[in-house]
Design a binder for this molecule. Structure first.
Ligand code: TTP
Ligand code: CA
Ligand code: CA
Length: 648
């Protein structure tokens, strides 16, 4: 917090009528300290790095800030810095097109793992070698971590609540910190009356100094002459904090970012994108309707994907103001009770979702689509080594060496001729996970798939680890000794367990299942519970539903709404493709197809997670089928069922 006062102090009566009270009560003020999601004084910020990957490259290469630079992945651009944007360069262009617009621009290819290598590197020839290289986002992940640590370092340890919402963005719940600043600045607030439902005095200020913040215009019914109330003061204090956080990131790490400060997550996120780069936008409660009415609702968090499209089709409008006309009953009738009410509230700026600082990783995935397909076990093995290296380095960051956290299962998905074969096995307890162990397990899974025959050529391979659990710190390996009987045996033998008997998953079946899901199904996670939707992508980043569209050749890096692998896509024109799910256009068939693969792998990943999180009832022996207790094989099988129950 900077020492400067963000507002002019004046006597309590300066605002005019001393008998006038705030519209907030002492009880509501108390709720601010608890970061209560229903508190009307709540202050939430969203901070998003400007042109993130591009800035990472600028900083890494030590380039002057006005140098145009874009980050290239094969022939596509995945991030474009602001100087390059002034030349008309955007993510929609190919590297070649960008080069034409600005011959001086630096087009930096992302780091890659080269087939057979054990470490990623910046390879000069990467863009021409899509078949033998795999993208590594490690450099950006590392920077992301530094930035997060820097931001956290600016906030009081006991009052901070920080949610990493993507590789380059965070939500901050500033309520508790703002509460403590309020009490510090206004001692009269710290002696509440007996009756907490009494209204607070009005803030003793008339003019709030918003510094260089972009202030969203007030609603029509409000004027700047209206006396500010405590919600204005709270948001102003929040904006001061965000300004300081951004300045620290800039000073210590050289990155610029943009911020949004508002009453909730949804508004703060719209705010951070409102004015970029290197600015922050404040949306006061008195400006919410004005701010939202200008928006297409498809820009709102969670309304970008399928649900948004469904609403546009049903109500024949894509604007917030158009949808505001629709009565709640009609929304409920068309979208279902839960979703209908949620939409009704959201477009009115109401969002009670929590800023969730418990962003623990649930799974990690490393994947590659092959163009051309690969045809031998040796080739597949070389990629497995890379996947293992990729996953292992992230496991180390997660504290697997200290046994802080460890995954329980390892999964391999193998795509051949439109079908994906999957195998999963437990990661044996008792030993610290290392690359050799992971590679051995992955190879066994691969061997099992190959044994089935008729598996080549392979179009996509992905390895994941899941079911993270807290380990026994300082007591490495003890878990193995605590295992008894069959469980220990299964662990020793690395026995594998076909998933629910459905090891082959034809794409068709997936499509039907997902396609048949109702809109409520797509939206079953209501605000406030969205942490359950979080997942660790292939490159370690956590996204939110419909929040963070990606065009990644072979990486899963964000959570998307679950959808039919193919049906979310359609041609936007003859030469470009559009992913409705992500609001992204793809110029080449190749990148679109890769993106499609991405969704497919993601769906599989989600399905795995669902399976491993849903307790499966143990199959009872059918009538006439007696369980053969004497058979070792059967004992091992029942053990597998048991371990399934405990996953998740
Ligand atoms: P964004 O925050 O969406 O975009 P940005 O940081 O590049 O630019 P802005 O200033 O508008 O915020 O995404 C963060 C990073 O994620 C981006 O730098 C690169 C990566 N990314 C992709 O790889 N593909 C994509 O389609 C998108 C949207 C992002
Ligand atoms: Ca960004
Ligand atoms: Ca972002």
């Amino acid at each position: 917090m900077s020492s400067s006062q963000p507002f002019e102090q004046s006597s309590p009566t300066a605002g005019g009528d001393a008998t006038k009270r705030s519209k907030f009560t002492y009880r509501q003020l108390a709720h601010l300290a608890l970061s209560s999601v229903t508190c009307p004084l709540r202050v939430i910020a969203h901070i998003d790095l400007d042109a993130f990957y591009a800035q990472c490259e600028m900083v890494r290469l030590g380039l002057p800030e006005d140098k145009p630079l874009a980050v290239q992945q094969w022939q596509s651009l995945i991030a474009v810095n602001y100087p390059a944007r002034t030349f008309g360069i955007s993510r929609m262009l190919t590297a070649k097109e960008a080069r034409k617009l600005c011959p001086d621009a630096i087009l930096q290819h992302v780091a890659t793992w080269k087939e057979g290598d054990v470490k990623w590197a910046y390879h000069k020839d990467a863009s021409a070698n899509m078949a033998t290289h795999k993208v590594s986002l490690d450099p950006y992940r590392l920077e992301s971590r530094k930035i997060l640590a820097c931001m956290k370092g600016c906030l009081p340890p006991d009052l901070q609540r920080v949610e990493k919402a993507g590789i380059d963005e965070v939500f901050l719940d500033l309520s508790a910190q703002v509460h403590s600043i309020l009490l510090e600045h206004y001692p009269e607030l710290s002696s509440p009356p007996k009756d907490l439902s009494e209204f607070l005095p009005l803030p003793p200020t008339t003019v709030l100094d918003w510094k260089a913040d972009a202030l969203v215009d007030l609603d029509v019914s409000e004027t700047e002459d209206d006396d500010p109330d405590w919600d204005d003061v709270a948001i102003l204090l929040g904006s001061e904090i965000v300004r300081d956080v951004r300045a620290a990131v800039r000073e210590q790490l050289k990155y610029t970012c943009s911020g949004g400060i508002a009453h909730n997550k949804m508004l703060s996120k719209l705010g951070s994108a409102h004015r970029k780069p290197n600015q922050q936008t404040v949306i006061r409660n008195r400006a919410i309707q004005q701010f939202l009415s200008d928006f297409k609702f498809t820009k709102i968090r969670n309304l970008g994907g399928k649900l948004g499209t469904q609403i546009v089709d049903t109500f024949e409008t894509d604007t917030v103001s158009g949808l505001l006309e629709v009565p709640i009953e009609r929304l409920k009738q068309k979208l279902g009770d839960e979703t209908g009410s949620w939409v009704y509230q959201t477009i009115r700026g109401i969002d009670q979702s929590e800023v969730n600082s418990r962003t623990q990783i649930k799974s990690m995935l490393s994947a590659k689509s092959f163009r051309p397909s690969i045809n031998t076990r040796e080739q597949a093995s070389r990629w497995l080594r890379i996947f293992v290296g990729d996953i292992y380095s992230r496991l180390v960051e997660e504290g697997v060496l200290e046994n802080k956290r460890r995954p329980k299962t390892i999964n391999l998905h193998f795509r051949h001729g439109g079908q994906t074969k999957s195998r999963q096995m437990p990661i044996p307890l008792g030993k610290t996970i290392d690359e050799t162990i992971l590679f051995d397990l992955a190879s066994k899974l691969l061997g099992q798939i190959i044994l089935e025959g008729n598996v080549w050529p392979c179009a996509n391979l992905s390895l994941s680890v899941a079911g993270f659990e807290d380990g026994i710190t300082g007591n490495m390996g003890i878990g193995g000794f605590l295992l008894k009987g069959d469980e220990a045996k299964a662990a020793r033998e690395n026995d594998y367990r076909p998933e629910n008997g459905a090891s082959d998953r034809p794409e068709k079946r997936q499509q039907t299942e997902h396609g048949a899901r109702s809109i409520q199904g797509f939206f079953s996670k209501q605000p406030g519970t969205d942490e359950s939707e979080k997942l660790e992508g292939s490159h370690g980043e956590i996204g939110e539903i419909g929040d963070w569209p990606f065009d990644e050749e072979d990486n899963i890096t964000a959570t998307h709404q679950i959808h039919a692998p193919q049906s979310g896509f359609k041609n936007a024109s003859i030469t470009s493709y559009f992913c409705k799910q992500c609001n992204e256009t793809f110029e080449s068939d190749n990148s679109f197809q890769s993106h499609n693969d991405w969704h497919f792998a993601k769906d599989l990943h989600d399905e795995d997670r669902r399976l491993s999180h849903t307790p499966q009832p143990r199959p009872k022996p059918g009538p006439g089928k007696k369980k053969n207790k004497g058979s070792k094989k059967d004992a091992a099988k029942s053990e597998k069922g048991q371990s399934k129950l405990s996953f998740g």
